[in-house]
Design a protein around this ligand. Structure first.
Ligand SMILES: Cc1cc2nc3c(=O)[nH]c(=O)nc-3n(C[C@H](O)[C@H](O)[C@H](O)COP(=O)(O)OP(=O)(O)OC[C@H]3O[C@@H](n4cnc5c(N)ncnc54)[C@H](O)[C@@H]3O)c2cc1C
Length: 426
């Protein structure tokens, strides 16, 4: 303990080390489970297990390391979170409960929620009782988040939501959604948006699962018809949703280094836990330990891992110190997308032929083939790397803004695919 009664980083580290050894199962996969789960029953069982692990962390006084104590957290520092993540290496952990539940969703509630909203949701999140998803992307607006067409119309103390969201990862096994909706079409697009919290499983929300080429069905599309939410579920001001979304996107872009999440410390891509060391073991499994080409690849992977980690640290430090704007987070977001694809390519190369045709004993090598095929995911999820390049050039470096046709005109006058259909113009 320090003089002010706070658990010191080293005491906390030792407590975490003891607890992890007695509570979470060891794993060699970086702690990150399969993206392409087997059957629905298997995936639901995995989600249930992760909820249980989160509850165990709560019971062991290790959940919500950097969340305020008043909302169920431990009120500790990013240094405590970093120590925990170092100890977490080699253990399975509740990875599905980290992103987007802890960040950006809980981060947004922490920043913009009322005291009542925080009390209602944050402790439940930390106990593993509430899994959250982001209802941001729509069939007609992904990169152009401010172009949302889902509407929320006020009726007394309630709002009635209609529209569709898409690409929501795991909505079918989640509990709550953070939803962006249009509440005013008479003002330019950024000024008529509002954010709401809503239970995902309720009358009026139909969840349709999207089957990918590899058979996985993690993505969902939601159709919302006259969904009623109380005004008390509104996050931030009416029509002021863009203020919330700006910070929401910041939390999303920095998810891989957020102190609100836990993840094994080695991870460069924030997800699979890739590192020079884990790729070295992959090269060994593939019988290529002495292969000069493999050595080069492992070295490159290690350098990329270190560079991204240090970049994250510096970007976080500059934003926290106020010497850089939140927009600098796009530099981190861009590098994570680029490096994740490169690490997956390196892993595929190292794994060799058994990454494309594998038998049961080679499952680890075979999974590298799947990761290679889906390597661009990290360049799309959380906003594309193209959009990150735009932000870096325009907002960080001050280059001329991209030309847009919808600035400063009421949203209802903006031409989009639906207006083009109804007014007969092309
Ligand atoms: C693994 C994964 C998980 C996801 N999870 C969620 C989720 O939980 N919730 C959610 O709401 N969404 C989620 N998404 C959706 C994701 O946010 C969108 O796919 C992404 O923002 C891009 O939007 P879009 O697919 O509509 O593509 P579009 O916006 O139609 O873009 C198509 C292409 O055009 C490029 N482009 C568009 N505009 C510009 C521009 N101005 N300048 C340069 N290039 C441009 C894009 O970069 C992209 O390459 C997820 C996506 C993935 C891959």
């Amino acid at each position: 303990m320090s003089v002010d009664g706070t658990e010191s980083v080293e005491d906390f580290r030792l407590r975490a080390r003891r607890w992890l050894a007695g509570n979470l199962p060891p794993t060699s996969s970086g702690g990150f489970g399969r993206r392409t789960a087997g059957s629905d029953e298997e995936e639901l069982a995995e989600v249930a297990t992760e909820r249980r692990w989160q509850r165990q962390l709560w019971d062991g006084r290790l959940a919500g390391i950097c969340f305020p104590t008043g909302y169920g957290g431990l009120g500790l520092t990013p240094a405590h979170a970093a120590a925990f993540n170092e100890e977490l290496v080699g253990y399975a952990y509740p990875w599905r409960l980290q992103v987007p539940t802890m960040t950006p969703c809980a981060a947004v509630i922490l920043e913009f929620g009322t005291h009542e909203q925080k009390i209602a949701h944050l402790p439940a999140i930390l106990r593993g009782e509430q899994l959250w998803m982001q209802f941001l992307s729509e069939p007609g607006s992904g990169s152009d988040v401010a172009g949302a067409q889902t509407t929320a119309v006020r009726e007394g103390d309630e709002w009635i939501i209609n529209g569709s969201k898409i690409w929501t990862t795991g909505a079918w096994w989640s509990d709550w959604g953070l939803c962006l909706a249009r509440t005013n079409s008479d003002v330019p697009k950024h000024r008529g948006l509002t954010v709401f919290m809503l239970p995902i499983h309720q009358p009026g929300i139909e969840i349709s699962r999207i089957e990918m080429l590899d058979g996985s069905k993690e993505f969902c599309q939601e159709f919302m018809t006259d969904v009623r939410v109380p005004d008390s579920a509104r996050i931030g001001g009416v029509d002021d949703g863009w203020t919330v979304v700006t910070r929401w996107l910041f939390h999303e872009r920095t998810y891989a280094s957020s102190p609100l999440t836990i993840r094994p410390a080695r991870g460069a891509d924030g997800a699979r836990g890739e590192s020079g060391a884990s790729l070295l073991s992959l090269a060994e499994q593939a019988g290529r330990r002495d292969d000069p080409r493999a050595r080069e690849l492992v070295g490159e992977a290690h350098a990329l891992t270190v560079a991204v980690r240090e970049l994250d640290r510096r970007v976080h430090a500059a934003i926290a110190a106020g010497t850089a704007s939140d927009q600098l987070a796009s530099v981190s977001r861009l590098m994570h997308g680029v490096v994740a694809a490169q690490l997956n390519t390196i892993a595929f190369d190292l794994a060799g032929p058994r990454a494309v045709a594998w038998g049961a004993p080679d499952e680890e090598l075979g999974s590298r083939g799947i990761s290679y095929l889906t390597r661009q995911m990290a360049s799309i999820a959380g906003g594309t790397t193209e959009m990150a390049r735009n932000v870096v050039s325009e907002r960080v470096l001050g280059m001329p803004r991209e030309r847009t046709l919808d600035r400063n005109i009421p949203f209802r006058e903006v031409r989009n695919s639906s207006t083009a259909r109804t007014d007969g113009r092309r």
